[in-house]
Design a protein around this ligand. Sequence first.
Ligand SMILES: NC(=O)c1ccc[n+]([C@@H]2O[C@H](COP(=O)([O-])OP(=O)(O)OC[C@H]3O[C@@H](n4cnc5c(N)ncnc54)[C@H](OP(=O)(O)O)[C@@H]3O)[C@@H](O)[C@H]2O)c1
Length: 253
Amino acid sequence: MHDLYGVNMILKGKNILITGGATGIGLALAKNLSNLGNTVIVCGRRQQKLEEAKQKIPSLNIRKCDITNNNDRVSMYKWIDSSFGGIDILVNNAGIQRYLDMRERNEMPNNDEIEINFSSLVNISYLFLPMLMKRKEAAIINVSSGLGFVPLARFAVYSATKAAVHSFTMSLRHQMKDTCVKVYEIIPPIVHDTELKGKPIEKTENSVSSDEVADAVVDGISNDMPEIAVGTAKRWHTASKSEAEEIFRRINS
Ligand SMILES: NC(=O)c1ccc[n+]([C@@H]2O[C@H](COP(=O)([O-])OP(=O)(O)OC[C@H]3O[C@@H](n4cnc5c(N)ncnc54)[C@H](OP(=O)(O)O)[C@@H]3O)[C@@H](O)[C@H]2O)c1
């Protein structure tokens, strides 16, 4: 487990950018953080989803932005700088998930998952870090997954991107340790009311709602927890090698 910061971050009066915040976990987090008195900006590729999000949370600020596109990222950065005077918190939440069976020869693997889930997270963090480092108290919050700790074979690349997010987040936290930027990792289990699989998935005893994840994030950050695992992901997150192998066998059988 990582060292605690020894300071409970105040989640009030902050400017917060949530990538992929128009739906699912990002939207639930946007709602919680807006209710706590923060200025929340969400971005995503689909204008309609952004507008629907604004109808649900009128105080929300929305921005069409494909985080894989450097021009989009830079123009969002400039807009945030001029319209809001910067952000204090960057939530790297945008993500996609694809099925992949390496035995099937229909088409080449789609590297969008690597681009969206990992490369863009690195690039957008790099872009916003100088802005964050000028603030009094700042944070980067990265959303990984329980599958970053125990992979689900049919989501082979997705699981690998989430393991990469975990590894990168540890290194970033270490690099930022003498700065004002705290680095958090959110580790959700299956979340049933999101668009990750194109449609809401069946609620089970192992799944949670996006509101439960958002509540755990606010609670964890307010209580100085750099790694916030939710529901069944708590066990995956702290599993020994043999426990992880046992979970791997069970979920892939
Ligand atoms: N749902 C789960 O079971 C689960 C479990 C563990 C971790 N997670 C993680 O939680 C995070 C949020 O996912 P979710 O479950 O809430 O699913 P979701 O509802 O599909 O949210 C993902 C969001 O990312 C946005 N997005 C995707 N590609 C983007 C891009 N190139 N640029 C900007 N935005 C982009 C999507 O909007 P547009 O398509 O409009 O761009 C969408 O709003 C993801 O990182 C996911 O891996 C989810």
